[in-house]
Structures are given as structure tokens and as C-alpha cells.
Ligand binder design. Structure first.
Ligand code: AOF
Ligand code: ZN
Length: 326
């Protein structure tokens, strides 16, 4: 759709600088915006910044609206924004209407929004209202910033990061099977940062049985607790697991009973015991990376950190179901 927009003068050096500033502002929303994107905006009058804003948290005003609030009269100004302005009624009204009503003269954006509710319609609506529109700047930087949001929107599944600690000889646990303490303090801190920046953490039940981990956030950056997901085909997760003591949602993916009647009573008991401890058990025909990611996407999860163990990591690698390895 960008291709069909009327041609407008390309971004000037001051507009490019404003976009760079907008990207830095956008990053301030880190930890608080998921599942929404990080977005920043700078308003220019005659090439000089007169207001700026960013999307602070999901559900809050969009970056463009925050910037508009900084001036009494926005007529004739240029809005430089790191993402195509939205055209839909979501948690907030469409930004394109606010921009048109404010009398903006020109909009410069990094790239199109792959959200199917926007998808070029925002830029088209602005152009249709006689506003100069140009896009396609600092795209690499903008994509790097919002890679989780963009992956989720473009592929219809959460963005996946695989993380493990490995010794120089390729081992992920000590001889005694301890996989918790083979890395340094600095590496463990980095691993905790990853928990702050992903919506969900995924482990296999083998890891829970071996390490009895908490899988919680500890750095206090993200707004709430992380969704803890246990892949547990045979429902082996004990209701005494320490992770069930911690506040925050726990989701267990299990396979159905093997054959009709077989182990149904013990299965129902295990489900009930986990439910009493606040965990939800979801049954999937097969507990595969693809099935798990599809279900998580339906639940609005935008990003997933897979922490192990070896079998779970191997399943995601074999399925090609990952975007990043840490
Ligand atoms: C944001 N912040 O600054 C911009 C967004 O649920 P809503 O109403 O907040 O809408 C979310 C969608 O709005 C998001 O998926 C994206 O398409 C669009 N733009 N979102 O959270 C912003 N500009
Ligand atoms: Zn918007």
C-alpha cells in the first residue's frame, strides 16, 4: 500500500534525526508495552522539535497522541513516528483521526504496521486526507527494536528465544546432572534480564523434576509476573513443585490419556491437584513446539523464552521453531 501512496518529498536530515530520537524514546517503553509495540514520536515545526512522546504502557495513549499533547496548536507541523499510525479502534481511538483533526501537514514514519487492523491503512487514510506521507526510514533499527512484536504479527506465533548455558566442551549440565550453576554471575544476571523482556518462559517437566526451579522474574522491571509454562506430556509435574508456591500464572501442557480408560483416574487427580495449586492444565493432541506456540499465540503471548532442558531445546531446534539463541 505504501507503493500506492502519492509521492511526497523524502525525509529531510532533521526529520531523520527526529526519527532517531523517536526510536530512542520508544525504547523507554521497554518492559511495559507488550503485547503492543514500542513506539516513539517527535513533532517538528519548520524542522525544529516542538513536542515528543512515547507509548509508555499497554492500554495507555499511543506515542503520536502523547506528542500531540505537548503543543497547543499542531497545525502545519510534521509528525515523525517510529511506526505507521494506527487506523483502528483498539484500546484507544485511531491515531490517524487525531492527526487529521490536529491539522498535521506531514507524517514521516519508519515502517508499516503489520497489525492486520492497520497494514498500510493508516498511511493511506492520512494521504487520503491530504497529508504528506513518506515512510521507509531507519527500518533496520526499528525492526530490531520491535522484533518480538513484528515476529508475532507477521508469523502469527510468539517470537521465540532459546537460552542455555553451555561449557566449552558442549555440556549443559555438570556430571551430577546439575544444570543450574554452570554459568557465571554475569551470565545468570543476563538470563534474568531475558525473563523481564519475554511474556512467557517455557521448560520441560524433566527440568522441574531435576532442578525444582521458581522460573520467576527477579529484577522488577516488567510490570507483572511472567507466564510460566511447563511442557508435561505425561503430567509428571508434582503439586509440591516450588514454582507453584510463587505468585503468577502457571500453564501446563499435557497430552491426552494414552488410550480410553487408561490412567484416566490418576490423570484427573493430577489435573485437580495442579488446579488446586493454581495451575491451568491444557491438553494438546501432541505437545509439539508448533502446537504449544499456536496455543500461546491464541492467549495473546507475544514472546517466549525457552530455558530447557536439553530435550525441549532440541525439539524447538529440530522444529525450526525459534528466532534467536542466547
Ligand atoms: C501502541 N502504541 O504508540 C502505537 C500503536 O490496543 P491498542 O488500541 O493500544 O492498539 C494497539 C495497536 O495500535 C498496535 O498493535 C499497533 O498496531 C497500533 N499502534 N500501538 O501500543 C503506539 N502507535
Ligand atoms: Zn495509534
Amino acid at each position: 500500500m505504501i507503493d500506492s501512496l502519492p509521492t511526497a518529498p523524502p525525509a529531510t536530515p532533521s526529520e531523520l534525526a527526529a526519527l532517531r530520537r523517536a526510536l530512542r524514546l520508544a525504547a523507554r517503553g521497554r518492559w511495559q508495552t507488550s503485547p503492543n509495540p514500542m513506539v516513539g514520536a517527535v513533532l517538528l515545526r519548520d524542522g525544529v522539535a516542538v513536542a515528543e512522546g512515547w507509548h509508555r504502557r499497554v492500554g495507555g495513549p499511543h506515542a503520536e497522541v502523547e506528542a500531540l499533547r505537548g503543543v497547543a496548536d499542531a497545525r502545519g507541523t510534521t509528525m515523525c513516528v517510529s511506526l505507521e499510525p494506527c487506523a483502528h479502534h483498539g484500546r484507544t481511538p485511531p491515531c490517524v483521526e487525531a492527526l487529521i483533526a490536529a491539522g498535521i501537514r506531514r507524517v514521516v514514519a519508519c515502517h508499516r504496521d503489520p497489525d492486520p487492523r492497520v497494514g498500510g491503512a493508516g498511511l493511506a487514510r492520512l494521504a487520503g486526507a491530504g497529508i504528506e506521507v513518506t515512510a521507509g526510514y531507519l527500518v533496520e533499527e526499528a525492526v530490531r527494536l520491535n522484533w518480538k512484536y513484528l515476529t508475532a504479527k507477521v508469523h502469527g506465533r510468539p517470537a521465540v528465544t532459546l537460552k542455555w548455558a553451555m561449557s566449552l566442551d558442549g555440556k549443559i549440565a555438570t556430571r551430577g546432572g546439575d544444570s543450574r550453576w554452570i554459568s557465571s554471575d554475569a551470565a545468570r544476571r543476563w538470563a534474568l534480564e531475558l525473563r523481564e523482556s519475554h511474556d512467557a518462559i517455557v521448560v520441560g517437566s524433566g527440568t522441574v523434576l531435576a532442578d525444582d526451579p521458581l522460573l520467576t522474574r527477579r529484577l522488577g522491571r516488567a510490570a507483572g509476573p511472567i507466564l510460566r509454562v511447563v511442557l508435561d506430556r505425561r503430567l509428571r509435574l508434582p503439586s509440591s513443585a516450588r514454582l507453584l508456591d510463587e505468585a503468577g500464572p502457571v500453564l501446563v501442557y499435557a497430552a491426552p490419556a494414552v488410550a480410553p480408560g487408561e490412567g484416566e483416574a490418576t490423570r484427573a487427580e493430577a489435573v485437580a491437584a495442579l488446579a488446586r495449586r493454581g495451575a491451568e492444565v491444557a491438553t494438546l493432541p501432541a505437545v509439539t513446539p508448533a502446537a504449544v506456540l499456536a496455543d500461546l499465540a491464541r492467549r495473546g503471548v507475544q514472546s517466549v523464552l525457552v530455558e530447557g532442558g536439553g530435550e525441549v531445546l532440541a525439539a524447538f531446534v529440530t522444529a525450526g521453531a525459534f528466532d534467536r539463541v542466547e
